[in-house]
Design a protein around this ligand. Structure first.
Ligand SMILES: NC(=O)c1ccc[n+]([C@@H]2O[C@H](COP(=O)([O-])OP(=O)(O)OC[C@H]3O[C@@H](n4cnc5c(N)ncnc54)[C@H](O)[C@@H]3O)[C@@H](O)[C@H]2O)c1
Length: 373
């Protein structure tokens, strides 16, 4: 039973996790390294509360209740000493996270579960910084935490069934839908989002379609919430590049970031936040390239197929099940359908045919997964 959570890091994710916890009746202490960072985190949290009040989702009394369950400190030992669950959301750096987990492990009660919100680091390696790998788990929330319904639970080699059940219960209390993935690069959502973006950039580089044609096809025919270029600019090309580079390093060449992406990031064009990415958001108006006349249906099939294939590999490798993968992509990436729902609609035989042809033209990154054999 989790009554008290300590959230380590009061940044974008930490303050969001603190918010959904306190809003749902859990006592929370938020920790950061400096008072000014705590003040910023609390300010962000108050803004979320005010937004809730403005939208009529939270009453003044509920807001007061929420704030009364929240406290913040720069003393990590003090914050974790009576916590049932500690959720870490500090910078994405293995060494720093391990140092912090060693400290938490020494100060937290023996029954406490330790969780990390890492997007890309190995849960098993992080767990080695503690003496309780059975009580160690990944709790990967999505941004903005109050709005995004998905929580990926990332299971390490030694994570116990009890720890998984407790993390699931906490997620449910926080209003999240949980899915389970075994510790593996990119977990579910990033692992499947990256092939779509990569294929879109490669399609652009090959001159088969313009970025406007690709984005429009994915929006109108694919019913995606945004095309891959608009989405990349929105999320930040630096973030997309880092995520793709991690998968490239850990899985191999099929995730190699295309040169166009690398060059944009190196030139500082990282999307909306720098006013330039795939598109321009400043005063300078850039004329779109002349359309190539690519068939929108072909664009959507060609871009979705590698993600469907990757989803099948996750099942083949026993990393996640079909239902969780479909749910994760619908809630975490706002896909209108999960990859297995897409596969059913398209027909498994047709997918096999599509991939067989692609593999013969473009190589092993499009090989037919065991799932289809
Ligand atoms: N931003 C996202 O969309 C997103 C989504 C999912 C997961 N994540 C992961 O969540 C984590 C946090 O990301 P973020 O975007 O909230 O970062 P952020 O930079 O907004 O916040 C990190 C906070 O951690 C604090 N911090 C650093 N070292 C600390 C320490 N030793 N003790 C206590 N606090 C410390 C920093 O001062 C900062 O306030 C990262 O691991 C990231 O990969 C981020």
């Amino acid at each position: 039973m989790v009554n008290k959570i300590a959230v380590i890091g009061s940044g974008l994710m930490g303050s969001g996790i603190a918010y959904v916890s306190a809003w749902n009746g859990i006592t929370v202490t938020m920790v950061d390294i400096k008072q000014e960072f705590i003040d910023k985190g609390m300010e962000r949290l108050r803004t979320d509360v005010m937004t809730g009040i403005d939208k009529g989702k939270i009453t003044m009394t509920q807001a007061e209740g929420l704030m009364s369950r929240l406290s913040a400190t720069i003393d990590i030992e003090e914050a974790v000493k009576d916590a049932d669950l500690v959720i870490e959301a500090i910078f994405e750096n293995m060494e720093v996270k391990k140092e912090v987990f060693a400290k938490i492990d020494a100060a937290a009660p023996a029954h406490a579960i330790l969780a990390t919100n890492t997007s890309s680091l190995s849960i098993d390696e992080l767990a080695t910084a503690t003496k309780r790998p059975d009580k160690f788990i990944g709790m990967h929330y999505f941004s903005p935490v109050p709005a995004m319904k998905l929580l990926e639970l990332v299971i390490g080699d030694k994570t116990s069934a009890e720890t998984i059940a407790t993390a699931e219960a906490v997620g449910k209390t926080q209003g999240k839908t949980t899915v389970i993935a075994k510790n593996s690069p990119g977990f579910i959502v990033n692992r499947l989002l990256m092939p779509v973006m990569r294929e879109a950039i490669l399609m652009l580089e090959r001159g088969e379609a313009t970025k406007e044609e690709i984005d429009n096809a994915m929006l109108q025919v694919g019913k995606a919430p945004a095309g891959p270029f608009t989405l990349g600019d929105f999320v930040g090309l630096d973030i997309a590049y880092n995520a793709m580079s991690t998968l490239y390093r850990e899985i191999g060449d099929c995730f190699k970031p295309p040169d166009t992406l690398k060059n944009l990031v190196e030139s500082g064009a990282i999307g909306m936040k720098s006013k330039k990415g795939f598109y321009s958001y400043g005063a300078d108006i850039v004329e779109p390239e002349a359309p190539k006349g690519a068939d929108p249906n072909w664009i959507v099939e060609r871009l979705n197929m590698p993600a469907v294939r990757e989803a099948m590999i996750l099942v083949d490798d026993d990393i996640a099940n079909k239902e969780d993968i479909d749910m994760a992509m619908k809630l975490g990436a706002s896909w209108p359908m999960g990859p297995f729902e897409m596969a059913d609609k398209f027909g498994l035989d047709k997918i096999k045919e599509f991939l067989t042809k692609l593999e013969s033209e473009s190589g092993a990154c499009y090989s037919v997964p065991k799932y289809l054999e």
